[in-house]
Design a protein around this ligand. Structure first.
Ligand SMILES: NC(=O)c1ccc[n+]([C@@H]2O[C@H](COP(=O)([O-])OP(=O)(O)OC[C@H]3O[C@@H](n4cnc5c(N)ncnc54)[C@H](O)[C@@H]3O)[C@@H](O)[C@H]2O)c1
Length: 338
């Protein structure tokens, strides 16, 4: 049995507790929150789990293997550091940290100590995204030209986090996973309509060394509810739409017809079949929790490890810098990732 503690039991933590508790090879040993009232809500569901308001009590448990940090974003880095210092594996909610240097430090500390650091890049584990990845890696889409994500809604408007930091980690982690390259440059612009200095709508772009471009549209001030990633390849195009129930992924056999020898002719396009692959119906969060437990057992780094988490934070911070500089291009320092 791998023993796990969940810290932070307000909105998201209980989802993690439920999924870890249901894994066959895992024991939910502790639930921890500063708020005793929140703990009381969950005692009945987990009769053999211990409940505490004191993280030190959790970290002092020699029979505990790992801690899941599901607290507010500014506390991620300090709590993850405490967990690693106590010699436990750590799973951290997205984003891993608010500062790229902290994120890199946590990733390195995990490696030095032989402990797993994993970040909840939930969508990377979504079977729809896994299908997109297969379509790219098997070459079915041809060469990827560009991709773009739309994450739009009306609400939830956060006072302490802008749309980039709140919504962006999902699409950025998916883009990095799909393209499989380290980004080299970003640009972003955003506007604050509802609150001063909190961007409600953000347009961002990530550039990869191969020339692939990833574009983001993030907003909580939009009439459409969209959770979509579109990939444009030289042979086919594919869309992952998480708002769809039965057609999560659609593959369009559409694209340019390769030019043979003619010079100066118009490029022609072709429009063929539309295919809807079957997508496994499983809660992505269950797959995330399984991956963490498997990584602890195997010693192999998980998908969405500390380095992946740190790269997402670097992209977020570079996009923030670009927004502060009226959309100026910001280079990403490859040296920091070595
Ligand atoms: N992956 C996803 O799709 C997804 C979705 C929603 C939220 N999240 C992430 O989950 C995290 C939690 O989100 P939330 O909305 O539940 O946050 P929240 O701020 O509502 O709740 C955080 C809880 O952590 C507790 N806490 C803070 N410091 C603590 C400490 N030192 N010891 C014990 N408890 C402590 C607080 O008392 C609070 O109850 C955030 O990082 C958020 O970004 C991820």
């Amino acid at each position: 049995m791998t023993t796990v503690a969940v810290v932070g039991m307000n909105y998201w933590g209980p989802n993690l507790a439920r999924n870890f508790a249901r894994l066959e090879d895992c024991e939910l040993r502790w639930c921890c929150d500063l708020d005793e009232g929140l703990l009381d809500r969950h005692r009945g569901a987990y009769p053999s789990t211990r409940f505490t308001t004191d993280l030190d009590e959790v970290l002092a448990d020699d029979d505990l293997d790992a801690v899941v940090v599901a607290t507010s974003v500014p506390t991620h880095a300090p709590l993850a550091t405490r967990v690693l210092d106590a010699g436990k594996h750590v799973f951290v909610e997205k984003p891993l940290a608010t500062d790229p240097a902290d994120a890199r430090r946590i990733a390195a500390a995990g490696k030095d100590a032989g402990l797993v650091v994993m970040v909840d890049h939930l969508l990377v584990f979504h079977p729809g995204v896994t299908t997109l990845k297969e379509l790219i890696d098997t070459g079915e889409l041809g060469d990827v030209f560009y991709l773009y994500g739309n994450r739009l809604n009306l609400g939830v408007v956060r006072p302490d986090e802008n749309a980039l930091w709140s919504l962006g980690p999902h699409d950025i982690s998916v883009m990095l996973y799909l393209v499989g390259e380290q980004p080299v440059e970003v640009v972003a612009t955003g506007e604050c309509y509802l609150q001063p200095e909190v961007e409600d709508v953000v347009f961002g772009q990530v550039k990869f060394p191969s020339g692939v471009i990833g574009h983001l549209h993030l907003s909580w001030l939009d009439p459409h509810k969209m959770r979509r990633m579109t990939v444009i390849g030289s042979d086919k195009m594919a869309v992952f739409d998480d708002m769809e129930t039965e057609r999560k992924v659609t593959v369009y056999d559409k694209g340019p017809i390769p030019r043979t020898e003619t010079y100066g002719e118009y490029i022609q396009v072709r429009s063929g079949d539309i295919r809807i692959p079957k997508i496994q119906a499983v809660e992505p969060l269950r797959l995330v929790c399984q991956e963490f437990v498997s990584a602890i057992r195997s010693g192999e780094p998980p998908v969405a490890d500390g380095d992946a988490g740190a790269t997402v934070v670097e992209v977020l911070e570079a996009m923030s810098e670009s927004m502060r500089s009226a959309g100026a291009p910001i280079r990403l320092d490859a040296g920091a990732r070595a």
